[in-house]
Write a protein that binds this ligand. Sequence first.
Ligand SMILES: [Zn+2]
Length: 426
Amino acid sequence: MKLTPLEPWIARKIGQTQFARADLKRYQLEKLRETIQLARTKSLFYRQHFANAPHDLATLDDLAQFPFTTAQDIRALPLLFLCTSQDDIHRVVTLDTSGTTGNPKRIYFTRDDQELTIDFFCVGMSTFTDPGDMVLILLPCERPGSVGDLLALALGRIGVRAIEYGHGKDERATLDVLAREKVTGIVGTPTQVLALARQPNASALRLKSVLLSTDHMPNAIVNAIERAWNCTVYNHYGMTEMGLGGGVECEARRGYHLREADMFFEIVNPQTGKPVAEGETGEVVFTTLTRRGMPLIRYRTGDLSRFIPGSCPCGTTLKSLARITTRLDGFVRLGESFITMADLDEAIFPIEGVLNFAATLTDEEFKITTRVVPGLETHAIPAIHIALESIPAIARAHLNINVLAQMPQGNWGKRTIVDRRSGANR
Ligand SMILES: [Zn+2]
């Protein structure tokens, strides 16, 4: 098994020829101190936010004495985070407006900040692509500095050709491109790539590798894609706040190795905010170590995961963060139990012909709107009913399940259960 290329890359970045965790910890402490100093001096937000925080850190553990930064903080006044002049900002990413304040989240990057992302994409993609390969990018590519654009730049640097294809095009046309351009790998969201893999004739193609990103990755989707194309599916973890990239799986595929020279990761108890014991599940919190435009310090991601104890079968002593399957706000209460989108995914996606679905709970019913390969509806719809009733929390709640095959193509972002029940039923 090939050692993750992140290990020698991180060793180089911290000025060593061989990776050793003690060197990394020394480097991370130095960069944390620099980042906190920069934030306190230059950012109006952090100056106030850290008014009662310690003056400095003596160890990495001291970071736990600093307050968290949240998505709400960014929504409220994103410009106050800036540590450079606005002239030095090369790219602004505006994220959803679904927050309670209605303000969008804005994340700012300098040219150097973006360069860090491209550098990570080069190394991450080299895990499962080789020079001469051809990769189809199904992520947004349109704007300079968008995730697909930076990924294509990175692939070019490692000698891999890339097609900046973008979201939401007709699947048959996309399959034609895969065949015509002799594509060897795809980067996309799980449901997007599943919809391609489940088209009639898709299995005439052979691919080397698929990287799934943006949303959690159900095992049922991995299995369907690997079966269709005889390829290996890898998972990437990242969010815009991390500078798009956070970590990527190695050949062992037992969780993500992380950009530990660019970010310091913590797992905290979401209720108490205290660090959990090594190996326990909690909320993922990260601090940027090398970003200059808008450093994020102890940023709460809302994602739940844990560090997998021990070293990875690929041979690295880099940390392995377990695959993210759910978020803190992803649990929907049903009586005494909960369900998550991941529960529904693992029940529904094994069903032949299912391309995607959306789930909505109302006071009257549990509605599943699904998109199915034409001709397979009469098989898929009853199978979805049975699969849902096999989930104990759903069976106990005696929900009125309504499955409709009328979902349009699209909806490639993060998928959640929409809860429209009135307060009393929640
Ligand atoms: Zn590994």
